[in-house]
Design a binder for this molecule. Structure first.
Ligand code: 9UX
Length: 68
């Protein structure tokens, strides 16, 4: 497993946190997601044989947020 922290822009309430969490969790190969509203970031644990950084970025952007 690989763990990475991604800067996320555009989250303004806990609903946004839920949206980003769901989007990342739905990516096959993602094992654990922790999203911080205060720190504007998502920490993701994933199987590097199934998931790329681009997959995670796309999931965040498709949910309506931006990766800094
Ligand atoms: Mo909160 Mo985020 O009402 O798009 S869910 S601002």
């Amino acid at each position: 497993m690989t763990i990475t922290t991604i800067p996320v822009q555009g989250m303004t309430c806990s609903g946004c946190v839920n949206s980003v969490t769901k989007a990342l969790t739905a990516v096959e190969g993602v094992q654990k997601v922790e999203v911080s509203l205060e720190q504007n970031q998502a920490t993701v644990t994933f199987d590097e044989s199934k998931v790329t950084m681009a997959n995670l970025k796309d999931a965040i952007e498709d949910a309506g947020y931006d990766v800094a």
